[in-house]
Design a protein around this ligand. Structure first.
Ligand code: URA
Length: 244
């Protein structure tokens, strides 16, 4: 609840504590009404199991619910649905564009050369892959790694929203222009999106270069390092303020 208030969220549906408060208020009204009507035995069905389940359980449930997704035509050409991986209690969620060839073959995000660089980038700011959550906007590989189509994003983004609702990371790091522009719904160049903390559905978002871009153009690494330092600083600031 504190987190919700401190971050000034206007999206209570994204907050588990807000959801719980609403359910408890409804239950209280129901009990008062029943007592007012003179009932002494009040029927109270158990809450749905997932309501109090912890994040690991809920993320597992989500995975099983969506792994067979056929919402868009990409399911026909995929080898694997790439859900994402990492800590269900992750303080930061790293979000790329879409699985590439290696990820499609292995069913895991960022496992090719770009993924190895991402692992090093995380280590540079003292995070391990296991500590954070790594995912993508699209869960299935677009043929020949073409850019995601707007309809694919529209159909797939609810999966990301569901992941964010469960994980509730302190921060998001958007990896690359496509991830940053797609999440923020802007066409602003990545150069202008970097260097500040944006808001994505009530969560701070820092944009940086895609690791694949850093492999193609190592000159960008200095800027990426500045972005990572901003991410770490903002993370530590929120931690200090006790924002989950
Ligand atoms: N590029 C991405 O954007 N995501 C991956 O998972 C791998 C490469």
């Amino acid at each position: 609840m504190a987190r919700c208030t401190e971050m000034g969220r206007d999206n209570p549906s994204g907050s588990r504590s807000g959801e719980r408060a609403r359910v408890l208020q409804t239950a209280l009204r129901y009990f008062q009404q029943q007592l007012g009507l003179g009932f002494e035995d009040i029927y109270a069905p158990p809450p749905p199991r997932s309501f109090f389940a912890d994040r690991a359980e809920r993320i597992g449930e989500l995975y099983h619910r969506i792994e067979g997704c056929t919402r868009c035509p990409l399911h026909k050409t995929r080898t694997h649905f790439v859900f994402g991986e990492g800590n269900p209690n992750a303080p930061i969620m790293f979000i790329g564009e879409a699985p590439g060839r290696d990820e499609d073959l292995r069913g895991r995000p960022f496992v090719g050369r770009a993924g190895q660089l991402l692992t090093k980038m995380l280590a540079a700011i003292n995070f391990s892959r296991e500590e954070v959550f790594i995912g993508n906007i699209l869960k299935c590989r677009p043929p020949n790694n073409r850019d995601p189509l707007p309809t694919e994003v529209q159909l797939c983004e609810p999966h990301l929203h569901a992941q964010l609702t469960i994980i509730q990371p302190r921060l998001i790091c958007a990896l690359g222009r496509i991830a940053a522009q797609t999440l923020l719904k802007v066409t602003t160049p990545l150069s202008r999106l970097r260097g500040q903390v944006h808001d994505y559905r009530g969560i701070g978002l820092v944009a940086t270069y895609h690791p694949a871009a850093l492999l193609r153009n190592p000159q960008l690494k200095k800027g990426a390092w500045e972005d990572l330092l901003l991410l770490r600083r903002e993370h530590d600031r929120l931690l200090e303020k006790n924002v989950r």
